[in-house]
Design a protein around this ligand. Structure first.
Ligand SMILES: NC(=O)c1ccc[n+]([C@@H]2O[C@H](COP(=O)([O-])OP(=O)(O)OC[C@H]3O[C@@H](n4cnc5c(N)ncnc54)[C@H](O)[C@@H]3O)[C@@H](O)[C@H]2O)c1
Length: 382
C-alpha cells in the first residue's frame, strides 16, 4: 500500500515534534519540509534524513504526491499557508491559534468544508491518556453535573524584559499573546472534557513589561536565556503577559483561570480542577500519568495511568503499560494517528479538534481582549 506523504512547514520547536510524531505513523512519511530560506530548510532536512526541502512552501504545494501539510510556523503564517494548502487540495494540520482573526479562521473552516479536506487544529494536549480517562468517567456520570472548572496555564520563559520571541510582536503572533498561546489550549481541554461550551466571559489582561529588549538577531522559542545585554534594542510591547478570566459554561456552570508567561518556576504548568455534583477531578500536565479524584464522603484517590485499569473507551489513547510514562510528544502521535485515519478513509469519524474548534478558540481570544478593554462580561459566539 502507498504511504501517505506529509510536508511540514516550519521546523522550530514544534515543527520538530510534528516530524517525529508523523514518523510514528506506520502509513505516513515525512516527504518534505519548508523553512523561510533554502539553507535552513536544507540543514534541517539533512539532520533529520528528509529527502526534500524548500525555502518556499509554495513549491511543495505544487507537488501532487504530497497528501497533507502540517503548519508549524508563527501564527501570522497559519492563514496564508492553510489557504494555499487547501486550494492545492492538501489535507491540513494547523498549529494553534488557528489564525490571527476570526474572519481568517472562518474562511479556513469554509474552504476546508468546500474542498472536503481533513482539517485539524493541533490541540494535542487532549490526548494525554489520563485526560481521556477523565473525559470518559465524566461521560459515564461519575462526576455528576459539572458545576465549576478552575485552573491555570503558567510558564516563566518570558519573565524578564530581556526575554524575547516572535510571539511578543502582534504582527507575528496576533493581538493576543499569552491567551492565544496558552489560553486556547486550556479552553479547548476544558470544553472537550466537560462537554460544556464557554458561553460568556469576563477577562482582565495585563502587560507588565510595557517595553522589552528585542534581540538584534533571531531567537528560537525557549532559547532566549543565552543572549547578552549588548545584543538588544528597547521596543514598546502591544501584547499581554497575563490574563485572568471568569467563565460561564453550558446552562449554569462557572469557571475561573489564569494564563501567564511570567510565573517564575512554572515551566509548562497546565492544571485544572473540575467540580461536579457527585465528585471532582484534578490534573496537572507536569505529572501527566496521575489523575486526582475527589469525593465528599469517601476517601480521595490518585489513580495512575494503566491501560488495563482505564475506562474501556479511553484505553486506545495509552500505548504503554502501567508504570511507563506517556508524555507530551506521545500526544502528537495520538492526534496524528486519528487525523491520518480520516485522510486514508474520508468516512472515518473525526476524533480530533477541527478548524471549527480552532475558530471557536480564536473567537474566545477576541472576546477576552474585548472584555478586558470594556471592563465587562461579553458573550462568546455559539
Ligand atoms: N500544540 C503545541 O503544543 C504547540 C507548542 C508550541 C508551539 N505551538 C504553535 O506552533 C507554532 C510555531 O511555534 P514554535 O514555538 O515552534 O515557533 P518557533 O519559532 O520555534 O518555530 C517557527 C519556525 O517557523 C519557521 N518559519 C518562519 N517563516 C517561515 C516560512 N515562511 N516558511 C517556513 N517556515 C517558516 C521559523 O524559521 C521557525 O523555524 C505557533 O503557532 C505556536 O502557537 C504549538
Amino acid at each position: 500500500m502507498r504511504k501517505l506523504k506529509a510536508a511540514v512547514f516550519g521546523t522550530g520547536f514544534v515543527g520538530r515534534v510534528h516530524v517525529e510524531g508523523i514518523r510514528r505513523q506506520p502509513n505516513v512519511e515525512v516527504a518534505a519540509i519548508a523553512e523561510y530560506n533554502d539553507e535552513l530548510a536544507k540543514r534541517f532536512a539533512g539532520e533529520m534524513g528528509i529527502e526534500r526541502s524548500s525555502g518556499d512552501y509554495h513549491t511543495l504545494l505544487a507537488d501532487k504526491e504530497i497528501d497533507a501539510v502540517h503548519i508549524c510556523t508563527p501564527n501570522a503564517l497559519h492563514f496564508p499557508m492553510a489557504k494555499a494548502a487547501l486550494e492545492a487540495g492538501k489535507h491540513v494540520v494547523c498549529e494553534k491559534p488557528l489564525a490571527m482573526s476570526s474572519a481568517e479562521a472562518d474562511e479556513m473552516v469554509k474552504l476546508a468544508r468546500a474542498k472536503n479536506l481533513a482539517n485539524c487544529v493541533n490541540h494535542n494536549l487532549r490526548y494525554y491518556p489520563m485526560a481521556q480517562h477523565l473525559r470518559r468517567i465524566r461521560e459515564n456520570g461519575e462526576l455528576g453535573e459539572i458545576l465549576v472548572v478552575q485552573g491555570t496555564y503558567s510558564q516563566d520563559w518570558l519573565l524578564y524584559d530581556t526575554d524575547w520571541n516572535w510571539r511578543i510582536e502582534s504582527k507575528s503572533g496576533g493581538r493576543s499573546r499569552v491567551f492565544a498561546d496558552l489560553g486556547t489550549h486550556w479552553c479547548d481541554m476544558i470544553q472537550h472534557l466537560t462537554g460544556l461550551r464557554i458561553t460568556s466571559l469576563c477577562a482582565d489582561t495585563q502587560t507588565f513589561h510595557k517595553t522589552r529588549k528585542r534581540p538584534k538577531r533571531a531567537v528560537e522559542t525557549f532559547a532566549g536565556k543565552t543572549l547578552k545585554p549588548e545584543d538588544y534594542e528597547e521596543v514598546p510591547i502591544d501584547t499581554e503577559d497575563f490574563v485572568s478570566v471568569l467563565l460561564r459554561l453550558g446552562d449554569r456552570a462557572r469557571g475561573a483561570f489564569t494564563v501567564s508567561q511570567l510565573a517564575a518556576g512554572r515551566k509548562n504548568g497546565f492544571a485544572f480542577e473540575i467540580y461536579g455534583t457527585k465528585g471532582s477531578a484534578a490534573w496537572n500536565q507536569e505529572r501527566p500519568d496521575e489523575l486526582w479524584l475527589g469525593h465528599r464522603n469517601t476517601p480521595n484517590r490518585i489513580i495512575i495511568k494503566d491501560p488495563s485499569l482505564m475506562d474501556e473507551k479511553a484505553r486506545s489513547y495509552a500505548d504503554l503499560p502501567g508504570g511507563h510514562s506517556e508524555g507530551y510528544d506521545d500526544t502528537f502521535k495520538q492526534i496524528f494517528r486519528r487525523f491520518y485515519r480520516t485522510v486514508a478513509d474520508r468516512s472515518a469519524p473525526v476524533e480530533y479538534p477541527d478548524f471549527a474548534d480552532g475558530l471557536h478558540g480564536v473567537q474566545i481570544c477576541e472576546k477576552v481582549l474585548d472584555s478586558s478593554a470594556k471592563h465587562a462580561w461579553v458573550d462568546v459566539p455559539a
